[in-house]
Design a protein around this ligand. Structure first.
Ligand SMILES: Cc1ncc(COP(=O)(O)O)c(C=O)c1O
Length: 422
């Protein structure tokens, strides 16, 4: 059964469609009272939408492409269908999540549930705050030094790709960052041995980008900063695997790769680090303001937070992040094996031990065929395979929501393309 709304559907036909999808049992009946949230709310939702079971949606429905974009990126079909069915009238509230007051009980139940599910997924302890912010990960490049440092403080950067480099450059405006390691001379294809790092004795924290989206380089383990504080940009591997949050002072991630649409930025920060922002810090960048106000100081990206919440529920239903990581490893192995076994027809420049499970860059030995590869793949409904403009080649982003069938189809296409062009 196709549940996709045709472009000609009127709101009323959608309503009818929703009625068809509705079932009597409540979706959730939550009395939310998180330790770090002063808002306690209890809501009973009358409407329930039927979400297709994972078995029903193992393969992509016919009218969707396989979207290998780096972000905004593909979202789980189950989540999209659920959001579609709730778009017009969220669980009997009589309105869309887009129309709700961010201070009303319905939205409070949504943001509280999203936070609580994220805490369960990542095992986030009570002494860490979870903030749902705006401005993208790029805004955090400024917010972190502003909140954690004085202008005279040193911080250390290990730069393994373009995003880490951007964070380093932005930090220069607010404190004294040191570039203690850069992979630039090797075109960002590796990660240093941690023991060799020459950390600054009084560095306030050590910053890394846990997964470099453009270069496909991913930390598999994490360095121990001299003073214990590690800050990590996890934008492109957030919730792709279990992570020991207590190893970090702050983790941040733009949602638009693995957990939602663009417009939501998630910050997980140890609470004792909050409250020391530089005086000039704009209110919108001050973690204390957002933490004291439960991410509701101003109007948050409500609909984006709702979608993130649906994604967190979906990840929990799949069995949590261990299971998600198992699936991600399987998909990535298929793709890297296809590259490595192509006898040089395809090449991945990244050092094997640090290859990303999320973003797989590769080139063709005959680079003149790359445009043809991307074109032919698009005809087969596999889109956005062109590499980032700064590095060229191809890149397949295979985030959590990329179905196994998408990777299998890409691998089959690669083999066929090679057979025709070798
Ligand atoms: C690892 C990483 N950090 C930061 C950013 C910038 O994120 P935003 O566009 O949300 O500011 C990106 C965007 O692709 C990214 O991949």
């Amino acid at each position: 059964m196709s549940m996709a709304m045709s472009s000609t559907s009127s709101p009323h036909s959608l309503l009818l469609q929703n009625r068809r999808l509705s079932a009597a049992k409540p979706f959730f009946n939550t009395a939310v009272s998180l330790p770090n949230r002063r808002i306690s709310t209890s809501i009973t939702c009358v409407a329930q939408t039927q979400t297709p079971s994972p078995a029903q949606t193992q393969t992509q429905s016919q009218d969707r492409v396989f979207n290998f974009a780096a972000g905004p990126a593909t979202l789980p079909e189950r989540v999209l269908l659920k959001a579609q069915s709730e778009l017009y009238n969220w669980r009997g509230s009589g309105m869309s999540v887009m129309e709700m007051s961010h201070r009303g009980k319905d939205f409070l139940s949504i943001i509280n549930k999203a936070e609580s599910d994220l805490r369960s997924l990542l095992g986030i302890p009570d002494d860490y705050a979870v903030l749902f912010l705006q401005g993208g990960a790029t805004t955090q490049f400024a917010a972190i030094p502003l909140n954690l440092c004085t202008p005279d403080d040193s911080i250390d950067f290990v730069v393994t790709g373009s995003w880490g480099d951007k964070a380093f450059k932005e930090a220069k405006k607010f404190c004294k960052p040191n570039l203690i390691w850069s992979g630039k001379s090797d075109n960002y294809t590796n990660i240093p041995a941690f023991d060799d790092l020459d950390q600054t004795s009084n560095a306030r924290y050590l910053h890394i980008c846990a997964n470099e989206t453009i270069h496909g380089v991913e930390f598999k383990t994490f360095p121990t900063p001299r003073n214990g504080l590690l800050a990590a940009d996890m934008s492109s591997n957030f919730c792709s695997k279990p992570v020991n949050v207590t190893k970090f002072g702050v983790i941040y991630a733009g949602a638009q790769k693995n957990v939602g649409p663009s417009g939501v930025t998630i910050v997980i920060i140890r609470k004792d680090l909050i409250g020391n922002a530089q005086e000039k810090t704009p209110v919108m960048l001050d973690y204390k303001i957002h933490s004291d106000n439960n991410s509701l100081y101003n109007t948050p990206p409500c609909y984006g937070i709702y979608i993130c919440g649906l994604v967190f529920e979906d990840l929990l239903e799949q069995g949590g992040l261990e299971e998600v990581e198992r699936k991600n490893k399987h998909k990535a192995n298929l793709l890297y094996n296809a590259i490595d076994e192509s006898k040089g027809f395809y090449r991945c420049p990244v050092e094997k031990s640090v290859r990303s499970l999320m973003n797989v860059p590769f080139t063709l030995e005959k680079s003149e065929l790359e445009a043809e590869f991307v074109k032919e793949a698009a005809k087969e409904k596999m889109l956005q395979l062109k590499g980032h403009r700064s590095v060229g080649g191809m890149r397949a982003s295979i985030y959590n929501a990329m179905p196994l069938a998408g990777v299998e189809k890409l691998v089959a296409f690669m083999k066929d393309f090679q057979a025709r062009h070798a």
